[in-house]
Design a protein around this ligand. Structure first.
Ligand SMILES: [Zn+2]
Ligand SMILES: [Zn+2]
Length: 175
């Protein structure tokens, strides 16, 4: 067999991919031993795979950002529902009329409760304990968590808002 590139030379090896004969000079060009065409194809496949991995990584990153935004929007909706319910519920208990600003402030405070709740649930995921208890235990636990949610609600909302604005900016940049 002669070398594919040099018909005057005897082949000392053959391409591992297509079996073409290669002289010593040609055989030493690529590792493992391949002809130029096959080496180019292998290189191209490798680049394509790297590109695919990069695209997948980018997609995952973008999905996570979109998830952050979706969760924020969902919590906003829940917050509005909670605020409306609480406002409606407490309206009957107020003996003296409240000012507009105060009403807005209280509404916002209620609105933030689900954000506090989510934040506490997030913190709970770091606790390596699983708690089992009676019906009463869970009732008190939920009440305590609700009160704690009221206290951490506003900062939790601000944190989520900033996080979502950042996520939105990153999403815009990716487009
Ligand atoms: Zn080949
Ligand atoms: Zn050759």
């Amino acid at each position: 067999m002669k070398c594919f590139n040099h018909p005057e030379r005897d082949a000392v090896a053959s391409c591992q991919k297509c079996g073409k004969g290669l002289c010593r000079e040609c055989a030493e060009k690529h590792t493992p031993c391949m002809c130029d065409a096959c080496a180019a194809r292998v290189q191209k496949d490798r680049l394509q795979q790297a590109q695919n991995r990069e695209n997948q990584r980018k997609q995952k990153y973008k999905d996570a950002l979109v998830d952050t935004r979706s969760e924020f929007i969902a919590t906003v909706v829940i917050g509005i529902v909670v605020a409306v319910l609480f406002t409606w519920w407490t309206a009957g208990h107020n003996s003296k009329p409240v000012g507009f600003l105060e009403s807005v402030g209280v509404f916002f405070f209620y609105f933030c409760i689900p954000f506090g709740w989510k934040f506490l649930t997030y913190l709970q995921s770091f606790l390596p304990i699983s708690i089992f208890g009676t019906w009463w235990f869970w009732f008190i636990y939920l009440i305590v968590k609700l009160f704690a949610s009221v206290f951490v609600g506003v900062p939790a909302f601000i944190y989520q808002l900033v996080k979502t604005i950042r996520a939105q900016r990153k999403i815009n940049k990716l487009k």
